[in-house]
Design a protein around this ligand. Structure first.
Ligand SMILES: *Cc1c(COP(=O)(O)O)cnc(C)c1O
Length: 401
């Protein structure tokens, strides 16, 4: 039905078609690609090796811990957004570093967090004042997230922590107003996270802003964490420039550099398989209704928004047969995108979306009572392994008991 599609994100299929590989699987289901994860890991490990930086998996993008053993040889540890992710990192990547940044920590969780985390990064001077001494006494490495007020992305305001009025990170003005010498004394490192799917030129710009605003602070620090959003494993990413940035920064201030990419760890390392349930035509528009939903199973398609890659399909009017693809939910906007095909889609056709390992399994939901897709791993030897199946009780148990 489709021409062979060997471009990323489908190069991991090694020229085999979705039908050959996945026709026995129940849909919808996610398939995590172990070889692709390992390839990403190798790219990241080389950066770490050549620069001396340490690279962490930001678990909010990818937290399918069954695959952590495939990534962990290449990484220094995990990064968490709060207590649960910190615990997951400690449990599932044992012996590696656990870093945590949270917009605001809670009194009733903080002592448990200290059991799991090695580095604790605070968002504000007040949070540092409130919890810093507890962390310090427990032997933790303490950081403050700064806001370098340097927006390097356009059009994605919800992913720009440097946007005006942002709550994320401490600006220099806030620092000057609130950071007493005692608080500065407590710090081991500085953290910033301002990028999203960006190349090394955006990092270079941001590092200049950091130097301009916080250049007087950095020589007193042991480490500098450059956050995530570095699209390192994307074909064409400027790895040499990244390495120059890391080495120059490390030299200049004598700091250990950390990176905590989420996307880059699991980029193009998963698929979402789905089948066509129905075809409807409204005027000129033909719509295939799938058993997968954008709203439930790939929420970033709507939230970001973006159109995910689909195996063998063309852009809206590239090929002879255009179709809108939508989910079975009640939401009019549950549209995955407009694609085109060589032959008309039919009921029962198997479709495969690419780059579905990140911000999917860890972000999906059961809106409309939609079942959660099963999760499979495609192991490096091509063996398909079911990691998790969901059922009615997974839907019901979150709503009461
Ligand atoms: C989201 C986030 C990351 C990971 O970002 P990616 O875009 O997935 O690389 C890392 N650190 C922090 C603090 C984040 O909020």
């Amino acid at each position: 039905m489709f021409n062979k599609d060997t471009r990323p994100p489908f190069s991991g299929l090694k020229g085999r078609s979705p039908k050959e590989l996945f026709h026995t699987l129940p849909t919808p289901c996610y398939i995590l690609d172990e070889s692709a994860l390992q390839k990403n890991g190798q790219i990241l490990a080389k950066v770490a090796q050549r620069t001396g930086c340490k690279i962490l998996l930001a678990q909010k993008a990818f937290s399918n811990y069954n695959l952590y053993p495939s990534l962990s040889p290449y990484l220094a540890g995990t990064e968490a957004s709060g207590l649960y992710e910190a615990r997951l990192g400690a449990e599932e990547m044992p012996g590696k570093e656990v870093h945590v940044f949270c917009g605001a920590y809670r009194e009733d969780e903080f002592s448990e967090l200290l059991c799991y985390a090695d580095h604790i990064v605070f968002n504000s001077p007040r949070q540092l004042e409130r919890f810093g001494w507890l962390a310090k006494n427990a032997g933790k490495s303490i950081g403050l997230r700064i806001n370098p007020e340097c927006s390097t992305q356009e059009g994605h305001d919800i992913y720009d922590p440097c946007a005006p009025g942002s709550r994320l990170g401490t600006t220099r003005a806030q620092w000057d107003g609130q950071m007493t010498p005692r608080l500065v004394e407590m710090l081991d490192g500085i953290h910033f996270h301002t990028l999203c799917e960006q190349d090394a030129d955006a990092l270079e710009l941001t590092l200049k802003a950091v130097e301009n605003l916080f250049g007087d602070i950095l020589p007193r620090m042991k480490w500098l964490n450059l956050g995530g959003g570095h699209h390192i494993t994307r074909p064409g990413y400027d790895v040499p420039k990244l390495e120059q940035c890391i080495c120059a920064t490390k030299e200049k201030w004598g700091v250990q550099i950390y990176l905590e990419p989420g996307e880059a760890c699991a980029l193009n390392a998963g698929y979402l398989a789905t089948r066509v349930l129905d075809i409807v035509q409204n005027g000129q528009t033909r719509i295939a209704v799938l058993d997968a939903s954008a709203a439930c199973h790939m929420p970033d398609v709507i939230e970001m928004p973006y159109q995910p890659p689909l195996y063998g399909a063309g852009a809206a009017n590239e090929l002879p047969y255009p179709f809108h693809l939508g989910g079975p939910t009640c939401l009019s906007g549950d549209i995955i995108g407009e694609y085109s095909f060589r032959v008309p889609l039919q009921e029962g056709d198997l479709l495969l979306f690419g780059d579905m390992a990140i911000y999917t399994t860890c972000k999906n939901n059961t809106f409309n009572g939609m079942p959660l897709p099963s999760i499979f791993a495609m192991r490096a030897d091509n063996d398909l392994q079911c990691l998790k199946k969901f059922e009615y009780s997974d839907f019901k148990s979150r709503l009461g008991g």
